[in-house]
Design a binder for this molecule. Structure first.
Ligand code: GLN
Length: 304
């Protein structure tokens, strides 16, 4: 039996002792207010046993981690048609880069970079009657937790400074890969990114990716092939131009957000979430990456 609790406590201690904590995502002013000393980690295993250390119940802005959830909803609504509008290749570029969009005629490289997630947001805006309400209900339903909510201050803050996302959406529109108004799609996108959740809530939500598409109550949200594809995308694209490094150091599919959260998982075994708001140069949580490297090295549990 692996002593997950012991490993998490040691990871938390190491994180607290680390002097260099990275830098907050100050391009979204509301995120710059978060205390860099926060660190939390939560792990749920396939038997639904929970282990945690640090501020694992404190909520933070999940940002790009939400891209996995919006993709899941789009796949559950229109299935494989999603891939007509977005590709499945790693970009090797930062999350907010636009150059490949120009080179590749408005088809984003994958749904986990910003332009790809904006296309997915457009699909949801077209498909849903009340996009923001319906997406929130979808996430709450998976997690079985009605306290999950948008952080409206964060959404507003990003709307004021989201110039690159406006540029991406306009470029998509010019190539005919955005059906709705730029403002409407981005309003939805900024809200989905503002979802506020704790490490514990993230692992409850992402449990379905270790459990063949079934949530903790065993309700089916995704098919097995859909889960296989989403996990593959998390492995190859979940950390932008640091996806190779994350696979190399940690060896798990995962997804980061500029709020400092990371979710990673080993199918059939466990799902883990970390939160440390300081980011490295590639926009991924500095201490979160170190923590997950320790976890998979010490437990010898990774997909490799
Ligand atoms: N909302 C952020 C943005 O669009 C998400 C980026 C991220 O978490 N990497 O810039």
């Amino acid at each position: 039996m692996i002593d997950f609790q012991g490993v998490l406590v040691a990871i938390n201690e190491a994180a607290n002792n680390e002097k260099e904590k990275g830098k907050s995502a100050d391009y979204i002013p509301e995120l710059a207010k978060v205390d860099l000393n926060n660190f939390g980690i939560h792990l749920i295993d396939i038997q639904q046993k929970n282990f945690s250390a640090g501020n694992s119940d404190e909520r933070f802005s999940i940002q790009s981690i939400s891209k996995v959830l919006s993709l899941s909803m789009a796949l559950s609504l229109i299935g494989e048609n999603v891939w007509e509008r977005v590709d499945v290749e790693p970009s090797g570029d930062p999350f907010n880069h636009l150059s490949l969009l120009e080179l590749e005629n408005g088809i984003p490289r994958n749904p986990l970079i910003n332009p790809g997630a904006i296309v997915i947001a457009d699909i949801l805006v077209s498909q849903l009657k009340n996009p923001k309400e319906d997406f929130l209900a979808f996430v709450r339903n998976i997690a079985n937790d009605d306290t999950i909510a948008y952080d409206l201050d964060v959404a507003k803050s990003e709307k004021r400074t989201g110039f690159r996302n406006f540029a991406a959406a306009n470029l998509l529109k010019s190539y005919g890969n955005l059906n709705n108004d730029v403002d409407v799609v981005l309003d939805f996108y900024f809200h989905q990114c503002s979802l506020s959740m704790s490490c514990a809530q993230l692992t409850s939500t992402f449990f379905l990716f270790i459990n063949h598409g079934k949530c903790k109550r065993n309700n089916i949200f995704l098919t097995k092939p859909q889960v296989k594809r989403i996990n593959a995308l998390m492995l190859t694209c979940g950390f932008y131009d640091e996806s190779g490094e994350f696979a190399f150091e940690v060896g798990l599919p995962g997804k980061s957000g500029v709020g400092g959260g990371i979710v990673a998982l080993l199918p059939n075994k466990f799902c883990v979430a970390t939160w440390s708001p300081g980011l490295n140069k590639k926009g991924n949580s500095k201490l979160g990456m170190l923590a997950l490297e320790k976890l998979t090295t010490e437990t010898e549990l990774s997909i490799f």
